[in-house]
Design a protein around this ligand. Structure first.
Ligand SMILES: Cc1ncc(COP(=O)(O)O)c(C=O)c1O
Length: 393
């Protein structure tokens, strides 16, 4: 009986054309990948600065294992709070220009836990319509009334803030760089509105950290908004090349999360090697701004080449270039055709993106060579003959 139910559910996913399968990577996460047994150029990674396989991260991880062992053995509040956790948190706070920081085991856990700690029944959350699944789940778990405002639409946000006036507290949540569109939230204006309507601001810098700001601290730093953004969440597994996540803010925010945040409290803490990698990564991000320069050069080159071919990439201001295809089947067929020719650009379908906006999510790395980008553009030119850009692409 149970097996029947599972098979039927799976069939409905297949019938909707939304069946997903895992691909296998053998080797490290570079600008090329050994994917399902063959080498392809990798345009599907969040390893924007190309440091996931950097020797400095590997050396730091190995040294941490030698000194502290492999596992942390327990949650932070039992016996799993190790010196490296606190060292990383101090470094993150300095990096983000905040009083304090707290590490989480993943960005997903951070968003779900932080939002459901800071908002509950009687409160209001104002959430951008394109926010990540982990933010959506955090809103659901909180039981606060959630107002979803149209993507990046300040007038819509203001209307929601007015409607949320009777709520006990208001929390605006937005990504700074949107994960599937690569565009930037109008953060300065959002902060203004928050101050006008007495709301807190929480940002998700998963795709901003490492890439933006003079020292790579993210979009909040780039805009000089750190003192006015109460909660800065980000991840360690994307541009920082490792794993895990953090929140940066006030000391009292950190203390409250340590006391109330269930996804922080009830989980084994991250192992020492992961902390050490993040410490090494922050050093690289801060001390090697040339990586961001090369990344920007690579983004411009690919963007320009694709637009010359007639493809539109929306309003992306980041290494995430969404080539909107529309139809999910067409999008996956294009992705497969690119892959056949050695270019890996993942097709993204609902429910990750809204229906009718399936896209190739093309991500650029600082370690792509000009030759690899030229090769990719040639391949896009080839597949364009079979799938000419439509009005939406
Ligand atoms: C915007 C955003 N927030 C949060 C997450 C979750 O982070 P993690 O992969 O560390 O769980 C992701 C991606 O995975 C993301 O794109």
């Amino acid at each position: 009986m149970r097996a029947d139910f599972i098979a039927a559910e799976l069939q409905s996913v297949k019938d909707a054309g939304l069946y997903r399968q895992l691909r296998l990577v053998d080797g490290d996460q570079g600008p090329t990948l050994m994917l399902d047994g063959r080498e392809v150029i990798n345009f599907s990674s969040n390893n924007y600065l190309g440091i996931a396989n950097h020797p400095a991260l590997a050396a730091a991880a190995k040294a941490a294992i030698d000194r502290y062992g492999c596992g942390s053995g327990a949650s932070r509040l039992i016996s799993g709070n190790m010196t490296l956790h606190e060292e990383l948190e101090a470094k993150l706070a300095e990096f983000k220009n905040t009083e304090a920081a707290l590490v989480f085991n993943s960005g997903f856990q951070a968003n779900v836990g932080i939002i459901s700690t800071l908002a509950c029944e009687g409160d209001a959350i104002l959430s951008d319509s394109l926010n990540h699944a982990s933010i959506i789940d955090g809103c659901r778990l909180s039981k606060a009334q959630t107002f979803v405002y149209a993507h990046g639409d300040l007038a819509a946000l203001e209307t929601c803030l007015k409607q949320a006036a009777p709520a006990r507290r208001r929390l605006i949540v937005t990504e700074t760089i949107f994960s599937m569109d690569g565009d930037q939230a109008p953060l300065a204006e959002i902060v203004e509105l928050a101050e006008k309507y007495d709301a807190m601001v929480m940002v998700d810098e998963a795709h901003g950290t490492g890439v933006f700001g003079a020292n790579g601290a993210g979009v909040v730093a780039k805009l000089g908004l750190a003192p006015r953004v109460l909660i800065q969440m980000g991840t360690l597994g994307k541009a920082l090349g490792g794993f895990g996540a953090y929140v940066a803010g006030s000391r009292s925010l950190r203390d409250l999360l340590i006391n109330r945040c269930r996804s922080f409290i009830f989980t084994t803490s991250l192992p020492p090697a992961v902390m050490a990698m993040a410490l090494a990564a922050i050093d690289l991000v801060q001390n090697e701004p040339q990586r961001r320069e090369t990344l920007r050069h690579n983004c411009q080159k690919l963007k320009l080449g694709l637009s010359r071919l007639g493809f539109e990439l929306g309003k992306s201001e980041s290494p995430i270039l969404p080539l909107i295809v529309g139809d999910a089947a067409r999008c996956m067929a294009m992705s497969a055709a690119l892959l056949d020719r050695g270019v890996f650009a993942q097709g993204i379908r609902p429910p990750t993106v809204p229906v009718g906006t399936s896209r190739l999510r093309i991500t650029v790395m600082a370690t792509h060579s000009d030759a690899q980008i030229d090769r990719a553009l040639n391949v896009f030119e080839e597949i364009k003959r079979q799938w000419p850009p439509t009005t939406t692409s």
